[in-house]
Design a binder for this molecule. Structure first.
Ligand code: NZQ
Ligand code: ZN
Length: 386
């Protein structure tokens, strides 16, 4: 196992009826900006619960943070933060609202010019300060509620970039599994697959003798495989919703990734498919991961065989035959959740692969646990999924 340091200060408040606990968590004596997305919180009663808990607090609202939150929208929110002099941000929604709010919180105290530099460019300066944040999560998927990551898109340049900083880890996150009850099928499927691939990014690399991290990762995968279809079949199954929600948080709160190599190339490549074609984040991962497993089968052989055996019970045949079966079971699970796994199903052609290859070549992008997935290998992986 590698050396590591781990600190996760996010207070999790989990369970039915917990949104009311906001009252005891948000600071008094400072103006709060509540952020939200396109309006789902008005339809499912979350808005009313939040407003009730915030009675007597000084609150301004900023709505309209879109899926794949944009720099453009966040910069508008930043104007409100400055005008209203808000001292605390409360994000209410899915990963996009949480990520957008993290960026706004960092941009509010950023001292190096245009906040886009938080995400991109040669002058990229790390985020060391941010306004404090709290969250009410309404969509299990990203783990954003318990990590310091944020992914922001820029419409004008068709870019999607990320940053990570302990400064934007939420002070608290409220997770009420009943919020899952109103999710459309598409978002349930996306959430399950996103969480699944978060585990794979931290697990499917090469062995470093970390059996505890491996088994924790496998436990999350197994739980998602069991609970995901239950949530899809019955949206008001509280127990299934709760298990799904906690699995998604555990998949990306840093714990399973300590002391082990991590990949993240599936995400890096997937973000480009969202940037160019607007494909939902999780859906890009369902396309890329099988291609990555296929093309990197030698480098990842030991872990793919372990994953195939422990998760899918695949033990017979040559290593290559077992790897083929393991990839087929993985794509089968994504498809069972209703998610396509090839580029052609989205009408994406070789011309997009060329654009991504050129962009990565320009940026000198190197990804993967061995930092050897470059623009050319990206082309090979994507071509495998045409
Ligand atoms: O905008 P509203 O009206 O709220 O509707 C949303 C949105 O349309 C809806 N929704 C959310 N909760 C709902 C609901 N509808 C009904 N009932 C509810 N309870 O769902 C739609 C999708 O929401 P979004 O927040 O975009 O989804 P998700 O949580 O999957 O977040 C995706 C974003 O997170 C980033 C992705 O790249 C993408 O931009 N990621 C963030 C990560 C992180 N911070 O650690 C890691 C991930 O790998 C990922 O990259
Ligand atoms: Zn993800």
């Amino acid at each position: 196992m590698y050396n590591f340091e781990y600190k996760n200060p996010v207070k999790i408040i989990f369970g039915k009826g917990t949104i009311a606990k906001l009252t005891g968590e948000v600071p008094s004596g400072t103006k709060i900006m509540m952020t939200y997305g396109g309006g789902s919180i008005f339809k499912n009663g979350v808005y009313d619960q939040v407003k009730k808990a915030l009675e007597g607090f000084d609150v301004v609202e900023f709505g309209g943070i879109e899926a794949n939150p944009t720099y453009e929208t966040c910069m508008k929110a930043l104007e409100v933060v400055k005008k209203e002099q808000t001292g605390f941000l409360l994000a209410v929604g899915g990963g996009s609202v949480l990520d957008g709010t993290k960026f706004i919180a960092a941009a509010a105290l950023y001292e190096h010019g245009d906040p886009w530099k938080i995400l991109s460019g040669e002058e990229k300066a790390p985020v060391t300060r941010a306004l404090p944040i709290g969250t009410v999560l309404t969509l299990p998927a990203t783990g954003s509620e318990m990590n310091g990551n944020s992914v922001i898109s820029r419409t004008s340049t068709q870019e999607k970039m990320s940053f990570g900083s302990a400064a934007v880890m939420p002070r608290f996150s409220i997770l009420d599994p009943e919020t899952v009850f109103t999710l459309p099928d598409r978002q349930v499927a996306n959430g399950v697959v996103d969480a699944f691939v978060h585990v794979m990014e931290q697990y499917l690399t090469f062995p470093v003798n970390a059996p505890l991290q491996d088994r924790m990762a496998e436990a999350i995968l197994q739980t998602l495989i069991e609970e995901g279809p239950k949530v899809l079949a019955n949206r008001t199954d509280y127990e299934a919703a709760a298990n799904f929600m906690w699995s998604a948080t555990m998949a990306l709160n840093g714990l399973i990734g300590v002391g082990v190599p991590q990949d993240w190339a599936t995400h890096g490549i997937g973000h480009e498919l969202t940037a160019y074609h607007g494909i939902d984040h999780a859906r890009t991962l369902a396309i890329v991961l099988p291609g990555l497993m296929n093309i990197r089968r030698r480098e990842k052989e030991a872990k793919i065989l372990q994953y195939g055996e422990r998760i899918w019970g695949i033990t017979d045949g040559t290593p290559d035959a077992r790897i083929d079966q393991t990839i087929a079971r993985t794509t089968g699970f994504f498809e069972q959740m209703g998610i396509p796994t090839t580029l052609s199903e989205y009408g994406v052609t070789d011309s997009t692969i060329g654009k991504i290859e050129n962009r990565f070549a320009r940026r000198n992008t190197l990804m993967g646990e061995n930092k050897d997935i470059d623009s050319r290998l990206t082309r090979t992986i994507l071509t495998d999924r045409l």
